[in-house]
Design a protein around this ligand. Structure first.
Ligand code: ADP
Ligand code: MG
Length: 613
């Protein structure tokens, strides 16, 4: 509980105590009416003064109709009926409900940030062989920090000395150990498990991975779901209507038909209390917050509740191939060249790829096991969806697919149909190619099957890779459509075509696909922690690259929407029932008050039941 909530608890207790005091005292002695009124007023003001102030301030701004004013009108009416006790109780319970809701929202919000314990409180700064504990905010680029076993890496950097295993589970949601040694980059947020590491810091805290992940989660509220906005707009129209109906309920019977004003004032109060939309207004955001935090616990970062809502309705899932449906870890199967040795071809290709992050680049670097002299490489230019151009040992080198070779006037290119071919041309003369093989992710077929069971009708693959490979994957995974040899912008065009047919998600590892991630109804990036552009472009970031996590996310979204619907239906029908009873004079103000608070609490409990844990 925060200090405001504690204050409110105190006020509720004091006010409740005064009520109890009057109640008991009244049994034994009779308190004069005027002092009773005084006690009730004090109790009323203690528990409700902030509501009164808010109502007053709002009415100065000509905002007469909101939850608070409903409560205000209802209590004033009760005072007129000399139902002082009821008047105070209305406020008291209204505040208990508010308190409960406030705590529920806070708790669900906190859950979101707390599930990710990735921020470090300090960094061990090493200066002139002295180690000092300082805040990560004070560290500059180029500083050297020491991370001991058991500590969390506070900032992004490169290992200068030492070697260790890193536990990346907090960043990927999956327990996974990564071995690092001198020269490897290390992301902030991961835990050092075994050895002492000295790390040269490469980014300030503001730009670090940890900060980005936390920002992403903290800004969740910005993109509210349609239901949430709908409810807000609903409340805006609804409240004035309620007040107007209540007004008619009083005026028409009393002044037109000459009925008793006490009876109709009371009915009108009951109507006002029942009409308070608290349960709806609050339980919807609580459900969404809980779902978002549940996602975060499973390594899924959702940028707003709107995406939960959209994802529960999608028809089509569009996948990138490399790194999404396939592992993205290519194995070198063969190197073919008539002039150069295999070793030399691999070395030049590896040099050209050395500065890129494409799965092909990473795999080739791994395959060429020897150290690369990076000083030999200059002017590296990535040609998206085709390959890379660079200057190596002074010569112009092109490395990439057939399209890239065609671009530089080389048309006589042999291919090995079984794998992805990476061709090499030096000074625009064809040299040879490397054959790479990727594998479909384990369990991918089953996971896609589950997506179908969850209601996704169409599974599509878009890829820049060539026909033969794409078609074999298409068959093996039983997809509905496949489009191959696409450049990144052509992927977006295909995507637009599917978007026209119905709500679609795009799932990709983000390499070259930021535009598609942005364009889709929901762009989902896999295994993208650490890549700023991708985290920026995606609506949902899966911290690992497992398709099961995608299935889990869709399950959570569906559940959240179900709970929201349950709560809306439940509270509307219950209110309807009480209202119906009220119209026949079969209810009283007590029942109305308790049902209102009760519905709010039940709706919130229902959300917690379904979505926490
Ligand atoms: P995908 O759609 O499979 O994720 P990309 O759009 O990233 O693939 O790339 C499409 C094709 O372009 C790859 O299959 C490969 O032939 C070629 N390519 C892209 N980047 C590189 C690179 N860095 N080195 C070699 N070839 C590349
Ligand atoms: Mg890709």
């Amino acid at each position: 509980m925060n200090s405001n909530q504690k204050k409110l608890v105190f006020r509720i207790f004091v006010s409740g105590f005064i009520l109890l005091f009057i109640f008991i005292f009244n049994i034994f002695f009779s308190i004069p009416a005027i002092s009773q009124l005084l006690f009730f007023l004090v109790s009323y003001l203690i528990v409700g003064y902030d509501v009164l102030i808010k109502t007053f301030k709002n009415s100065l701004k000509f905002k007469f109709f909101n939850e608070q004013s409903l409560m205000f009108i209802a209590t004033i009416g009760a005072f007129f009926l000399k139902q002082y006790f009821e008047a105070v109780i209305v406020f008291l319970l209204y505040q208990v409900g508010e308190l409960f809701q406030d705590i529920a929202v806070d708790r669900s919000k906190n859950q979101i940030t707390n599930v990710l314990h990735i921020r470090s409180e300090y960094a061990n700064l090493k200066q002139n062989s002295v180690i000092k504990k300082v805040s990560p905010l004070e560290i500059n680029i180029g500083d050297v920090i020491v991370v001991k076993p058991g500590e969390r890496v506070p900032l992004d950097g490169v290992v200068l000395r030492g070697g260790s295993y890193l536990d990346v589970s907090s960043m990927t949601g999956e327990s996974n150990f990564l071995s690092v040694s001198v020269g490897d980059s290390v992301l902030s947020g991961v835990v050092n498990v075994s050895g002492v590491l000295e790390i040269r810091v490469e980014k300030k805290y503001e730009d670090s991975t940890v900060k980005k992940v936390l920002d992403l989660i903290e800004n969740v509220e910005d993109k509210k779901s349609k239901t949430e906005n709908l409810i807000k707009r609903f409340a805006k129209i609804y409240t004035p209507c309620v007040v107007f109906v209540a007004f008619l309920m009083f005026v028409v019977p009393v002044f037109v038909f000459g009925c008793s004003w006490q009876v109709w004032l009371e009915r009108c109060l009951i109507f006002l209390v029942i009409s308070c939309p608290c349960a709806l207004v609050i339980s919807v955001p609580v459900s969404f917050f809980l779902a978002i935090s549940k996602s975060a616990k499973n390594g899924i970062l959702v940028k707003g509740s709107i995406f939960l809502e959209v994802i529960s309705k999608i028809n089509t899932a569009i996948f990138d191939k490399t790194g999404t449906l396939t592992k993205g870890e290519f194995v070198v199967k063969d190197v073919v060249s008539s002039e150069y040795s295999k070793e030399e071809v691999l070395r030049i290709v590896a040099l050209a790829e050395s500065k890129l992050n494409h799965p092909i680049s990473k795999s080739i670097k791994n395959a060429y096991k020897k150290d690369l002299d990076l000083e030999l490489v200059e002017d590296v230019e990535e040609v998206f969806g085709k390959g890379v151009k660079a200057k190596i040992e002074g010569k112009e080198v092109f490395v990439g697919n057939k399209k890239l070779m065609n671009d530089i006037g080389i048309f006589d290119v042999k291919e090995d149909i079984a794998g992805t071919n990476v061709h090499l041309a030096i000074e625009k003369k064809y040299v040879g190619f490397v054959v790479l093989k990727d594998e479909i992710k384990e369990g991918a077929k089953k996971d896609l099957q589950k997506l179908r069971e969850l209601g996704i009708k169409k599974l599509v693959m878009l890829t820049g890779d060539k026909k033969e490979i794409s078609e074999s994957i298409f068959k093996e995974l039983c997809l509905d459509s496949v489009y191959f040899e696409l450049l990144p912008f052509e992927k977006v065009e295909k995507l637009e075509h599917f978007l026209k047919e119905g709500p679609s998600i795009f799932v990709g590892d983000g390499v070259n696909d930021a535009a598609s991630l942005k364009r889709a109804d929901v762009g989902i990036a896999m295994g993208a922690i650490g890549s700023d552009a991708v985290m920026e472009a995606a609506d949902v970031v899966l911290m690992d690259d497992d398709l099961k996590t995608l299935v889990k996310f869709i399950l959570i979204s569906k559940k959240a929407i179900r709970v929201v619907k349950q709560n809306i239906i439940f509270s509307l029908s219950f209110k309807g029932l009480i209202f119906f009873l009220g119209a026949f004079g079969l209810t009283n103000i007590w029942l109305a008050i308790f049902s209102d608070v009760g519905i709010s609490i039940l709706a919130i409990l229902n959300s917690f039941r379904a979505l926490s844990r």
